[in-house]
Design a protein around this ligand. Structure first.
Ligand SMILES: Nc1ncnc2c1ncn2[C@@H]1O[C@H](COP(=O)(O)OP(=O)(O)OP(=O)(O)O)[C@@H](O)[C@H]1O
Ligand SMILES: [Mg+2]
Length: 335
């Protein structure tokens, strides 16, 4: 039986751009799927197709047991959606925005008021509740948008980059809300550029690139697939980075990645502690001072990098900028 969210062969083209090129998904009821992928991979388009905002050119999808193409209105009543760009009415206050959503879902006025107050409290917006949202900061708007998605407790929720632009405390707050929701039986599809978030919340992860699911599994399964260990070095002096990179290349089983601003170099290796000792000796011989060096297991960031050839780049959540941002792009490494 298909899960609470099910998609088969979704295709969507915009002009020359094939945004979706046959996306398949299956999310069992009461679980969280983390949809990861570089900018422009097709995450938002997938969410829009599944939430009836966009009609796919081909393929089929079911949400909460309902066919998305045949019964869009019923599907809309069974889902909650928080989009990549906060959708709040600027001229209403935070409280009015939430009450309005309640009324759209046919809640009685008293119940809608009570629910709005509860959510404002939960998302730490009580003090700002009676100001028009025009005066809200980006993070406040984002929180209000998330609260709006939770006015009714739908069986299936979609959150597109829910914590982009939130500070660490508010991100934690949202994670707690999500965990509560899921323990209450909600099924959630979440897109994120924060791999720690996927690691933390998602039962299962699907990596999307160029409109296709290119890998699927639990975080541990994906890490195991990426394989091996990593040697991570932080050199003391920035000018030693190039030499250190040369040394690591001699020991590595793949591309060395460099984070200039933290002076950190990482390379996949096999050979464990013995190899680590050799690396340390060689760096020493070359006269490179180290602030830190160690061996570690692959993280979800390594998985993402080796699968897509991009480092995850939490942005400001604005736009499909695929390139030209001047942000460091890592080169592809072999899986
Ligand atoms: N309405 C549209 N018209 C034209 N092209 C579009 C439209 N929506 C999306 N695209 C294109 O489809 C591709 C997938 O976009 P999508 O927004 O799904 O990516 P994404 O994975 O959500 O990226 P991001 O991480 O930047 O949010 C991109 O190349 C994008 O430019
Ligand atoms: Mg998107």
């Amino acid at each position: 039986m298909p899960g609470a969210i099910y998609a088969e062969g979704l295709v969507k083209t915009f002009g020359d751009v094939k945004a979706l090129d046959g996306v398949d998904l299956d999310v069992p009821e009461g679980t969280v799927l983390g949809l990861l992928g570089p900018n422009g991979a097709g995450k938002t388009t997938t969410v829009r197709c599944l939430t009836t905002l966009l009609r796919p050119d081909r393929g089929r999808a079911q949400v909460a047991g309902l066919d998305v193409l045949k019964h869009p209105n019923e599907v809309r009543r069974s889902i909650g959606l928080s989009g990549q760009f906060a959708a709040v009415d600027e001229y209403l206050t935070g409280r009015e925005n939430l009450q309005m959503v309640g009324q759209l879902y046919q809640m009685k006025s008293k119940a809608a008021k009570a629910r709005a107050a509860e959510l404002l409290e939960q998302f730490d917006l009580t003090d700002a509740a009676d100001r028009t949202t025009k005066t809200y900061s980006g993070g406040m708007r984002r929180r209000l948008d998330l609260a709006a998605a939770l006015v009714v407790s739908p069986p299936v929720m979609f959150m597109d980059e829910p914590t982009t632009g939130l500070d660490p405390r508010n991100r934690q707050l949202l994670w707690d809300v999500v965990k509560d929701l899921v323990s209450g039986g909600t099924t959630l599809l979440l897109t994120t550029q924060y791999l720690e978030e996927a690691d933390h919340l998602a039962h299962d992860i699907a990596v999307v690139d160029h409109g296709k699911v290119i890998a699927r599994g639990t975080s541990d399964q994906l890490k195991a697939r990426t394989g091996g260990e990593r040697v991570e070095v932080v050199v003391r002096e920035r000018e030693d980075i190039a030499t250190a990179r040369e040394v690591l290349a001699g020991f590595g089983k793949g591309e060395t990645t460099v984070e200039e601003h933290t002076r950190k170099l990482t390379v996949p290796v096999t050979g464990g502690a013995k190899l680590l000792a050799e690396v340390i000796r060689e760096l020493d011989v070359r006269g490179i001072e180290m602030d830190d060096i160690g061996l570690r297991r692959p993280t979800l960031d390594d998985v993402f990098l080796s699968l897509t050839g991009h480092a995850a780049e939490p942005g400001d959540g604005r736009g499909d900028d695929e390139d030209g941002t001047g942000k460091a792009k890592a080169k592809e490494t072999a899986v």
